[in-house]
Design a protein around this ligand. Sequence first.
Ligand SMILES: [Zn+2]
Length: 91
Amino acid sequence: MSKAPPPAPAPAAPAAPAPAAPVDEKKPEKKEKPKAPKRRIQVHKLYKVEGESLARLRKDCPRCGKGYFMAQHGNRLTCGHCGYTTYTQKT
Ligand SMILES: [Zn+2]
């Protein structure tokens, strides 16, 4: 394949530019999915006041220490800070 291909003929010049679309043509409206509101952590739900004492409803992260609660999912507890995950066995 040493033969260089002949230069391709230049494509025919485009004809007159396409007529501008009429202004009143309606574009198909993009349907935006309703975004779920960003859920912020509700810290007051992590504690429970029992009389004089305070109970924490979530486990602390063993890596991050106190103040970092583990998120409860279906079968696991996860730390959102470091990613530590423990699986809870269902019996
Ligand atoms: Zn952690």
